[in-house]
Design a protein around this ligand. Structure first.
Ligand SMILES: [Zn+2]
Ligand SMILES: [Zn+2]
Length: 419
């Protein structure tokens, strides 16, 4: 027997129904907010991620599935979606039609992380990206969309964490301060942080190692070192969120792992999943499109980790009611033959229906109807064929009624939709 690859999984019934519910809720809401879907390939040139995510990140350094294809090209299974959406925005010159574009995408991403509970090497994300709006309204709209979606899904214990990472005007001076602070404490830091201290000191703020956390407690906060323009932008974002009644916590340690973020950065955290507490994250990435060879384009977006979100919802008792179903219990060859044509007619009329294909006893057919959670059983035997009327049994109340063949589909459809 050939089994799954380690760190990969199937999402099968009945779990998949909650996934479909989440996706349908998201599609509706994204459309209300003016977002269109974009479907991207799951493979891109390796260079896209090296440039778009940053060469000295965990993702690019050690987690990507990269290989050389038969033509000698370096390709990578996408570890995240934003770089691909940005590539598409540039490649199709979307700005020429309308520089303001709102796009969402959903699908599998791939990272070769250490497998552990709730973390998969093929995982799913739901991404929203808003291009072309430099002002704080775009940041506010992105956060409102994210928070509203999580609220509609009844996600428990969520908190929005908010920070500003500054811009190319003000971040270099802050980075220099932080580099100094990190260098003075290198003896207390983990190997990764020591190495990144000089190239990417912001990442040290983000390190989960307990010693690094302690060492960074007194580190300078970027909020104290923003330029006037960044300070104003951030003030307007917090003001906009306040006006919408969205609660948030200022978190000066929130830096995100990716190099292209500027100004607003945010994360939705939950206390329900232990250490892996970020369900979604995002922010502004005004520098990315230019870094990828496109025109300078302001952009803001977020990604929801679907695997964690679904785990959280399931833990919270979220369930999707199975669809109301009618089971056709047929006794004898003639009844079975007629039953099959009713089954097809019901399915074509949009009624969920199932039947027995093996000529089993009424008792075992009723058992299967029960197992399938059928709300009604339509019984068809010799008497029913003679009377040209089947018997419809309500499985909850045990009530039975004759249903003439002439109005069978309509009657069953009406009873099921009332159930
Ligand atoms: Zn600035
Ligand atoms: Zn560290």
């Amino acid at each position: 027997m050939i089994s799954l690859i380690k760190g990969f999984r199937d999402i099968a019934p009945p779990d998949v129904e909650l996934w479909q519910h989440v996706e349908a809720t998201a599609r509706k809401l994204f459309s209300d907010f003016g977002f269109s879907e974009i479907r991207l390939p799951i493979m891109e040139k390796t260079e896209l991620f090296a440039r778009g995510i940053g060469a000295d990140t965990d993702i690019v350094e050690k987690e990507m599935y990269t290989f050389t294809d038969r033509g000698g090209e370096m390709l990578t299974l996408r570890p995240e979606a934003t770089a691909g959406v940005a590539r598409a925005y540039i490649e199709h010159n979307m700005a020429a039609v309308d520089p303001v574009r709102k796009l969402f995408t959903t699908g599998p991403m791939f990272r070769r992380e250490r497998p552990q509970k709730g973390r998969f090497r093929q995982f799913y994300q739901l991404n929203a990206e808003l291009f072309g709006v430099p002002g704080p309204a775009a940041d506010v709209q992105a956060i409102l969309l994210l928070v509203t979606l999580l609220k509609r899904l009844d996600t428990p214990d969520v908190t929005v964490h908010l920070n500003s990472l500054g811009c190319p005007e003000c971040r270099p001076a802050y980075k220099a301060l932080l580099t100094e602070y990190v260098a003075a404490r290198s003896a207390a830091l983990c190997e990764n942080c020591v190495r990144r201290g000089s190239t990417n000191p912001l990442r040290v703020l983000d390190c989960k190692a307990p010693d690094c956390r302690v060492a960074m407690i007194g580190a300078p906060a970027i909020s104290e070192h923003l330029c006037p323009a960044c300070r104003e932008h951030f003030a307007l974002v917090t003001e906009g969120l306040g006006a919408l009644g969205i609660q948030f916590e200022l978190n000066p340690r929130l830096v995100r792992g990716l190099d292209y973020y500027t100004r607003t950065t945010f994360e939705v955290q939950t206390t329900s999943l232990g250490a892996q507490n970020a369900v979604a994250g995002g922010g502004r990435y005004d520098g990315l499109l230019e870094a990828l060879g496109g025109p300078p384009t302001p952009a803001v977006g977020f990604a929801i980790g679907m695997d964690r979100l679904l785990e959280l919802l399931a833990e919270n008792g979220a369930k999707v009611e199975p669809r109301a179903l009618v089971f056709l219990a047929c006794l004898g060859d003639d009844a079975q033959k007629l039953g099959f044509s009713w089954l097809c007619a019901l399915n074509l009329a949009g009624v969920a229906a199932e039947m027995d294909f093996f000529g089993r006893s009424l008792k075992s057919q009723m058992k299967r109807a029960d197992r399938l959670g059928a709300r009604y059983v339509l019984m068809l035997g010799g008497d029913e064929l003679n009377n040209r009327a089947a018997v419809l049994r309500n499985m909850a109340t045990k009530e039975q009624e004759p249903v003439p063949f002439a109005s069978l589909v309509e009657t069953v459809a009406a009873r099921l939709s009332a159930a």
